[in-house]
Design a protein around this ligand. Structure first.
Ligand code: SAJ
Length: 419
């Protein structure tokens, strides 16, 4: 609940103004906090300070514009002092699918010199078990004069509060999802709950930091395993000449069966990444989780292998590739299987013309700009000129198309929109 006119607005620094940090900063600022957003990307900082947004997320632009104009959210490249820090930096993986905690270390090293005692540091980034402890250790290494022992004048408090919002619904889910809060020391969890209660109407589930870390990874691994089941089924059904969409629809009539939807692969910076952190944490035990990752990672190749022989039979073939984002109705291309497929097709078919329709972007990513046989096109025009139509993302613009536009075309529908 936002504080009343007489209540003091807490000062919060949100480190990392990406897909999670920026909407969280904006919602906090609109719910009673003074928020300073910190990012290393000076261009994005400028954009935000003008009240604009550097990426598309439904309803976020209005909130950001409002809180920036009221002075409740400012962005900067310099980490300031604050009572509370929320760390929302990337946690990618490096070679061998091992977690890369360097952004978290950098954030810790920037925060450490500013601390005076009694600050709360909340780690939001999706993290392998033990990362909240790692952040605390990083800070204490720089500042051995501080302590994790609670209730001393030089105590610093740490909690993990993993984000669980769905891209495309972030502004709603930030307010409505339940939140897991894991305490590392003292009353850090209680303090974090108090802050998040400013905007979150969901239930607060209190635990320790390591369980909170693994619970977030578990949620995404659960979804990955279920999508892998659907993707494996799609490849089995194809080999048996069975329509997988009908198959799943029939099976889902069973009261205890709820199979997800197959697609061209699993993208985004969450589900395609997080399960590897479980594999890295327990390599001998995580066999199902690892296999699911491998099944989903193999799906783009399957799509390419189905299309190539047909494309090679047509001279100067034109392919309309519909969608580049990793999922519908957003502009996020991170780890997108569609983007991977288009890149590989461009390489495999140098004589082909690949017309990419992606209504949520206005220029191709750099690696595709470098392909002379790939260009960005309007949807209808791409389809009209194409021999083969490859649907990769079920954006609203595509699902609303009149299917008669596809007559005479070879159609590869990886999302089951027209089948
Ligand atoms: N996908 C399928 N078939 C499906 C569902 C999804 O192929 O039936 C694909 C999508 O096309 C996409 C990928 O999976 O490429 C992931 O999409 P998603 O919508 O399942 O999930 P994300 O990555 O957008 O968000 C997930 C969410 N986690 C869960 O649902 C357990 C979200 O709640 C998390 O906050 C987010 O990861 C995160 O940041 O970790």
């Amino acid at each position: 609940m936002p504080p009343s006119a007489t209540t003091r607005r807490p000062t919060v620094a949100v480190i990392g103004l990406g897909y999670i940090g920026l909407p969280t900063a904006a919602v906090l600022a609109s719910s009673g906090a003074n928020v300073i957003g910190v990012d290393t990307n000076a261009e994005n900082v400028k954009v935000i300070n003008r009240g604009l947004v550097p990426f598309v997320e439904p309803d976020m632009a209005t909130t950001v514009a409002g809180v920036v104009s009221q002075g409740f959210l400012t962005a900067t490249t310099e980490t300031p002092h604050a009572e509370t820090y929320i760390v929302a930096v990337p946690t990618p993986f490096v070679d061998g699918h091992k977690p890369d905690l360097s952004y978290i270390r950098d954030a810790g090293e920037q925060i450490a010199p500013l601390l005076v005692g009694n600050e709360l540091v909340v780690l939001e980034s999706t993290s392998p078990p033990g990362t909240t402890e790692f952040l605390a250790e990083t800070i204490l290494k720089v500042r051995p004069d501080l302590t994790l022992e609670p209730n001393a004048p030089n105590s610093i408090y740490f909690a993990h509060c993993p984000e669980r919002v769905l891209p495309g619904r972030i502004m709603i889910e930030l307010r409505t999802n339940d939140r897991i809060i894991g305490t590392l020391n003292g009353n850090a969890g209680e303090r974090a709950r108090e802050l998040y209660q400013l905007f979150c109407e969901g239930e607060f589930l209190m635990t320790d930091a390591r369980t909170a870390e693994l619970s977030k990874l578990t949620e995404n691994a659960y979804r990955d395993v279920n999508i892998a089941f659907a993707n494996e089924l799609s490849m089995i059904a194809d080999s048996l000449d069975i329509n997988v969409w009908e198959l799943i629809e029939l099976a889902n009539h069973h009261p205890r069966v709820n199979i997800l939807q197959p697609g061209p692969g699993v993208g985004g910076h969450c589900i395609a990444v997080d399960p590897w952190f479980i594999v890295a944490a327990s390599p001998d035990r995580a066999s199902l989780i690892k296999t699911a990752r491998e099944v989903n990672d193999a799906k783009p190749e399957f799509v390419i292998d189905k299309l190539l022989p047909q494309a090679r039979r047509i001279s100067s073939v034109k392919i309309a590739a519909l969608g580049l984002a990793f999922k519908p109705n957003i502009d996020d291309l991170r780890e997108s299987p569609a983007r991977q497929i288009v890149g590989r097709l461009a390489e495999e078919l140098p004589e082909a013309e690949i017309l990419v329709a992606e209504p949520n972007i206005d220029q191709l990513p750099v690696e595709l700009q470098a392909c002379p046989n790939v260009s960005l096109s309007w949807t209808e025009s791409a389809i009209e000129h194409a021999d083969i139509v490859l649907l990769l993302v079920d954006h609203q613009e595509f699902t609303q198309l009149d299917p008669s536009i596809l007559a005479q075309k070879i159609v590869h529908d990886t999302r089951g929109v027209w089948t």
